[in-house]
Design a protein around this ligand. Sequence first.
Ligand code: UD2
Length: 347
Amino acid sequence: MSVINRKSVGVVLLSALLLGVLYCYMYQPNRVFGDVGVRRENGPGDDDIAASNDLHLVAPAHLQYKQPSIIHGRGDVVTVTPWLSPVVWEGTFNAVLLDSIYRPKNISIAATVFAVGKYIKFLKDFLETAEQHFFVGFKVHVYVFTDRPDEVPRVRMAAGRQLTVRPVPSSQRWQEISARRMELIQLLIEEQPRRANSYIFCLDVDSKFHGRWGTESLGGLVAVIHPGYYRDDRSRFPYERRPASRAHLAAGEGDFYYCGGAFGGLLQEVHQLAKTCRANFEDDAKEGIEAAWQEESHLNRYMWINKPSKVLSPEYLWQDFKSRNPEIQIIRFSGVIKNYAEIRPNV
Ligand code: UD2
């Protein structure tokens, strides 16, 4: 081969290599090309979804349990979404098996709860019932955000469980308290060390646990179906309908109506959700728009685009004022009946 020919081969090989590198860079997952500044759908793209061994499920060798079946099971409810995420209902999982799979993984669970203003009165029941039902036997760290740190009740917590109080300013508008949760959750996650097996659940304080909420709820991005709308056609879901809002969902869009009062997943996933919802909420606010159900509307928009990898049935957030429907075999967590005029700073 002549010198010129060798040079040309070298140039061709180098160009191919550069093109290959460029291709990999452009098509890496989560890469966002510039910020078009209109609306964020999956965060600014700087969160590497750390590899988690969540997918590697190792059971103890000699554990004996009821034989699973793929022909007999819950026939009255749907247990999988069209994108093949499980929908968790009583009777769809084996708690002993799941706990024995997750125990050796050394998982840690953070829970955030906001008790601002008069909502502090709900905190005692929330914390006491969490001790009885929420990830019992696992490492749990509850973060209480409140403007009344002196009124946080002392609740005995089991070994491996702890509580941290984070002071927040009071507010004259309940909408702002509810919506600012996304910002504070984002900032809390940014302080945490990056560990593959860290999960977080963000929960409403005006609620109590009544039944097990445990390892069956773990997943990358976890959403809870709202108890008020799961039997309805999606045209009746109270999504934000104004196209000017970044939470907008048009007719014919949306899978389920998810709760703002309970969501969670791996830290990295919830960080991306909180950061995105906060940015969209704030960008809306700059244009004088507040979505119909504040952060819940933004969360619903987010989950439409970023499908939850685990969906929890309304067993995981019921409402005490609702009578129990036949498919609800157990209520695990439920909102208490409250007098809005009495507890909110504004009506
Ligand atoms: C729904 C959602 C709630 C939120 C809200 C829309 C459920 C069950 N609840 O509940 O999560 O999406 O709609 O904004 O899905 N808070 C205080 N102090 C206040 C007001 C609120 O600490 O003065 C906190 C508290 O943790 C409370 C949460 O914000 O649990 C949500 O407020 P809410 O319970 O008054 O909202 P609600 O019942 O309309």
